[in-house]
Design a binder for this molecule. Structure first.
Ligand code: SAH
Length: 344
């Protein structure tokens, strides 16, 4: 049985019409699930017994569950267990502008970025849309507050699970449900060009973030296998197309890896590449992990890099650092809790 949280509003409408019920049942059900947060069919009191019977017999209402939560300085990291026992994670952050959540899109990842835990563990499977939707619902229930911003930047490569990620966005974007505006949603990719091409043609104004992490192909190829499939020139062509279509500012993510991509000459080269492109650079202090040998750049070098970009009039921020108590890097919580599966 397909999970109820996997359905777009339009699909539910079609479903109930095809069963000879009313189209507006779908809005009523969305209202219960996403506004009133009621998931027991018996408590959906105004939908009629026929609709209740359809729901009970044809839909699964099962939820993923929170296994573990780590909190530190306004950041909470959640480890979830999926219905088949697989594990994923989400990160919750409190900002002055709202509350954001970083969701996972796959169990593991096949992109193989050398510095990344999730790449090391490889992809087990794609997440279904309902498994991404439920990350939001469970965390909102946990904190008793509504999330305002969503980034698809957790475990996985969203462009490698394109249809389910777009379905997820469609579901949470609907005003009859969770209603998170497309401008408050960001999809982050390591640069899978065919996915970005498709993404450009989607409706709405969903933001795009690119994990660039290098100023040229040579360095990029050393740390990101995807760079061997798509050149940076081609990547920038498609980024420009996105900007032309949406007029939205693209986020360029840049992990600071000591003596790999953090030298002054890298900053200057990056500035040159980004000149005239509507974007901002987010410098990410690398979260070291014991399983991988890369080192985080020093604070001083991160600031030098920042200053060089700034001087060249590139918009740049340094990602706020999270306390060491949280295994903050993408995939670390899962990686460190995979061997003990079932015991947490
Ligand atoms: N696959 C997508 C989204 C998931 S990775 C992408 O590549 O954008 C999310 C971000 O975390 C990426 O920018 C990734 O490069 C970065 N990341 C991975 N491991 C990290 C680590 N140990 N420290 C800091 N950032 C990391």
């Amino acid at each position: 049985m397909r999970n109820i949280y996997d359905y777009t509003l339009e699909e539910l409408e079609d479903y109930f019409v095809s069963c000879g019920d009313k189209k507006f049942r779908a809005i009523q059900i969305y209202d219960f699930l996403y506004k009133k947060r009621i998931d027991e069919v018996g408590r959906m009191n105004n939908i009629g017994s026929y609709c209740q019977k359809i729901l009970q017999e044809n839909f699964s209402f099962k939820k993923i569950k929170i296994l573990l939560k780590q909190e530190d300085e306004g950041v909470s990291k959640y480890l979830f267990e999926l219905l088949d026992g697989e594990r994923i994670e989400s990160v919750l952050m409190f900002h002055d502008y709202g509350i954001s959540i970083c969701v996972s899109s796959q169990v593991g990842c096949n992109m193989g970025c050398r510095f990344c835990e999730s790449g090391r563990l490889r992809k087990v499977r794609n997440l279904e849309a309902y498994e991404i939707v439920q990350q939001i619902l469970l965390i909102e229930a946990d904190i008793g507050k509504r999330i305002t911003h969503v980034v698809v930047m957790g475990i996985g490569e969203p462009m490698d699970n394109y249809d389910n990620v777009m379905r997820f966005i469609h579901i949470i974007n609907n005003g009859n449900g969770i209603g998170i505006g497309s401008r408050h949603i960001t999809v982050s990719t390591c640069g899978v060009i065919p996915g970005i091409e498709k993404f450009i043609h989607e409706d709405g104004q969903v933001n795009l973030a690119i994990s660039l992490h290098a100023p040229n192909d040579e360095i990029r190829k050393k740390i990101m296998p995807i760079a061997s499939a798509y050149s940076m020139d081609d990547l920038f062509e498609v980024i420009k197309k996105y900007i032309k279509k949406t007029n939205r500012r693209v986020t360029i993510e840049y992990i600071m890896l000591e003596k790999i991509n953090d030298m002054d000459c890298c900053a200057r080269e990056l500035a040159k590449k980004l000149k005239g492109i509507l974007c901002y650079v987010n410098l990410i202090p690398y979260n070291e992990t014991e399983n991988i040998g890369y080192k985080r750049s020093s604070k001083a070098q991160i600031m030098r890099f920042y200053d060089i970009l700034k001087k060249e009039n590139i918009n740049v921020t340094v990602r706020r650092e999270f306390g060491g108590k949280v295994d903050a890097a993408c995939g670390q919580l899962r990686a460190n809790n995979t061997l003990s599966k079932g015991e947490v």
